[in-house]
Design a protein around this ligand. Structure first.
Ligand code: 86X
Length: 722
């Protein structure tokens, strides 16, 4: 029944080659853990898993629809929560018959690999739930029994996912955050935990919602994913939600988005772009009108199939992007060259039902963005716009978010397949050494106008039968991912650090130096001084607030506003007032300075500008030091492993890009010395930067591609990426 060899060869076809570890029979998880402890050939970090098979309550007439749950052994996998997530009633453990008939397996031998044994007629009914914690940490391998309990395989979350994806017809896969679930249901218990207790290996359950926990306890360098979650939730930028991959953007986070909107909206308006709004629903006919562009994305499209309990006559897709929604109307609205250029933009949310592990702001199933779509008479005009928009994206990152980016054009492999050329701004997350796409502006050429028949008459032609000319189109998008990048770059171990331009509160004023002995009059004097400073700053256009709450110490208030990233704190005490000054403390570098009250407005404004500039300069210095010119292949992977991006002379061939990815993923590193923590991910091309290195410059016909040895065309930015 259990064909272990078939499984091992299946895994090896997915690029996974480590043989199983052999051991004594493990009858239960405790035994399994004990047996593995001290066994040879184990990876440094791994988690044991459990695989459970449930079945919902369903009418006898229906075919059985089992639910396979693959979870970390420690995760709390309550059938009730799983049922709620999948909208299934009364989940129960599946009977022995179900195990035998559908999974060809018996109790105690259930594993994800039983999924491959499901007969074709049942596969479509099987749902799989994967514990998010198994996919979150690339450094931790997942331990399974490969159908027998005398062996253990260790695979990555990615291998697990590609294994599941490789099973034909199995497409109901949900990633579920059990840690968040149990944290939510045990916040009361967590609240009672003494704040000082910082366990060396904090249990996973502690992190996800943490409503009652105030400060950031994880360190940015030590546990970056956990740090990121804590910064977002404890600053109250964002909260988790009970639909996996969807998050709540709270006012502090939404304020940042609104600042971006305000800036960008003014920018495009002066380029002549007008805002509009198209419906979020797309019929399948319209969505699929442009087959090639949709093809690879189809699994990500979410559909509405019901109203109440009635099936819709025709299922409706929720827009993943709006090309197919808008372009039929371009065809309708554009008749003459006099109707050009048509330049529109919409601010909206889109839905892409991704199965890669979600990350707040960076990869979410619903996200906010703007999408601009324009039609021009000439290519030149379209190209100018593509670059104008890209410049606005760069300015959003640099001027608002204090995040430096690298501008360039995508390789053929990485560009938007529906278009002709994709320009991009690429960011960099120093803590992980990974690049991140920040926003894209596409020249679509005439590809879409040919498909959707967006044409004008040739104004030059005098003939009666005027030939039609297809318009040149552009599209461009920027999303709330911007916010995640900003948080990852500037945040520190105390929490969020906001650049002043996007901070809801730029200055927090805190009374201090008062003791139990202070007189009421002193208290009033200080409070009045705070309120006065606040009013003056507000008048001067500074977003200032005072925190006059009575039951909190100044120290508590300092941390409160530090976690929330407020760029500047003003402390006002009796001694300061005597000197007619205040003490300012910067969030970005903790610098303290005394400020004279009489020129408070100017000093604060200058300080905020200085903070904004310092944050960008610091991030740029880091970026510059971590983008390395690599001129021979031997240096490529070590440079990536030292958390850097690379600039390499490159041939620009897609085949070579594939080879670079292969040769830089951990699996293929073979016996090269390798850091255990090195990410397994291969490197991609991020862009061909507009600003090319000049020393040494590429010599056409002479400089060779460092990977394949063919002639190099340009320097390309390569790196591991999000
Ligand atoms: C590509 C292209 C383009 C307008 C932008 O990058 C900026 C704003 N759109 C978007 N893309 C898809 O076309 C797409 C399509 C479907 Cl059906 C999907 F499910 C996901 C997609 N993701 C990206």
């Amino acid at each position: 029944m259990a064909d272990v060899n078939a499984l091992v060869s299946k895994l090896s076809s997915l690029g996974f080659n480590d043989p199983p570890v052999e051991h004594a029979a493990a009858e239960n998880v405790q035994q399994w853990a004990d047996i593995l402890t001290g066994a040879a050939g184990l990876p440094p970090n791994y988690v044991l898993t459990k695989s459970l098979i449930f079945k919902p309550k369903q009418p006898k007439s229906e075919s059985i629809a089992p639910v396979v749950v693959i979870a970390a052994n420690e995760s709390e996998t309550s059938p009730k929560a799983i049922g709620a997530e999948l909208k299934l009633k009364d989940l129960r453990f599946a009977s022995d018959e179900v195990l035998k008939d559908i999974f060809q397996t018996a109790k105690g031998s259930v594993s994800p690999f039983a999924l491959a044994q499901v007969p074709q007629e049942h596969v479509g009914n099987v749902r799989v739930v994967i514990d998010k914690s198994l996919l979150d940490n690339a450094d931790t391998l997942i331990a399974f029994h490969p159908l027998v309990n005398t062996r253990t395989v260790f695979i990555t979350g990615e291998t697990l996912q590609s294994y599941i994806r490789s099973i034909d017809g199995l497409d109901k896969v949900t990633v579920m955050d059990f840690a968040a679930q149990s944290a939510a249901s045990s916040t009361a218990a967590a609240a009672k935990k003494p704040a000082a207790a910082k366990p060396a290996a904090a249990p996973k359950v502690e992190e996800a919602t943490g409503a009652s926990l105030l400060g950031v306890t994880a360190s940015k360098e030590g546990d970056f994913p956990k740090w990121y979650n804590q910064v977002l939730t404890r600053s109250e930028m964002l909260d988790y939600y009970d639909v996996s991959g969807c998050y709540i953007v709270r006012p502090l986070g939404y304020f940042v988005w609104q600042q971006i909107q305000e800036f960008f909206d003014a920018g495009i308006r002066s380029l002549g772009v007008r805002n509009c709004y198209f419906p979020m629903f797309v019929s399948s006919r319209v969505l699929e009108r442009e087959k090639d562009h949709i093809e690879g994305f189809a699994p990500e499209v979410a559909w509405v199939t019901k109203a109440g309990s009635k099936d819709l006559e025709e299922p409706l897709a929720i827009r993943p992007t709006s090309e197919t929604v808008m372009y039929p109307y371009f065809a309708k609205w554009i008749r003459s060259y006099r109707d050009l250029p048509l330049k529109i933009n919409q601010w909206c949310s889109v839905v892409r039902w991704e199965f890669k592990n979600p990350q707040p702001f960076l990869r979410t199933r619903e996200f906010l963005w703007q999408e601009g779509h324009c039609a021009h008479f000439t290519k030149d005009e379209a190209m100018t716009e593509v670059h104008d928009i890209l410049a606005l994206y760069r300015r959003v990152y640099e001027e608002l978010l204090a995040v430096p980016v690298i501008e360039g054009v995508k390789s053929e492999k990485e560009k938007f397949a529906g278009g002709v050329a994709t320009t991009t701004v690429e960011g960099f997350i120093p803590t992980t050494g990974r690049g991140i796409q920040g926003g894209t502006s596409h020249y679509l050429g005439q590809n879409f106008s040919k498909m959707f028949n967006v044409v004008v008459e040739d104004p030059e032609s005098t003939e009666a039968e005027r030939p039609k000319i297809h318009v040149h189109q552009t599209s461009w998008g920027l999303s709330t991912r911007t916010i995640g990048v900003m948080v990852m770059i500037h945040g520190d171990d105390k929490g969020l650090v906001l650049p002043p331009r996007v901070a809801e509160t730029q200055v927090i004023i805190i009374p201090c130096g008062l003791t139990v002995k202070s007189s009421d009059e002193d208290r009033r004097r200080i409070a009045d001084a705070c309120l006065n400073a606040e009013a003056r700053l507000k008048m001067a256009g500074v977003r200032a607030e005072s925190d006059l709450r009575e039951n909190y110490t100044p120290g508590f208030k300092y941390s409160h506003w530090e976690v929330r990233g407020v760029p500047l704190r003003l402390e006002i005490g009796p001694k300061d007032l005597d000197k007619q000054s205040v003490l300012s403390v910067r969030r970005d570098n903790a610098d303290k300075a005394s400020m004279a009250l009489d020129s408070l407005e100017e000093s604060v404004k200058m300080m905020l500008i200085n903070i904004q500039d310092t944050m960008l300069a610091k991030a740029r210095a880091t970026l510059d030091s971590r983008v390395k010119l690599v001129l021979k292949w031997e240096d490529f992977v070590p440079t990536l492993n030292s958390k850097c991006l690379t600039l390499i002379p490159w041939c620009e061939r897609e085949e070579c890009e594939d080879q670079i990815k292969d040769r830089s993923s951990r699996d293929s590193l073979g016996d090269e010395p390798e850091d255990e923590k090195a990410p397994s991910m291969g490197a991609k091309s991020l862009c061909l930067p507009f600003k090319q290195p000049e020393n040494p410059a590429i010599v056409p016909g002479e400089t060779k591609c460092i990977q394949c040895g063919e002639n190099a065309k340009r320097y390309a930015l390569f790196g591991r990426s999000y």
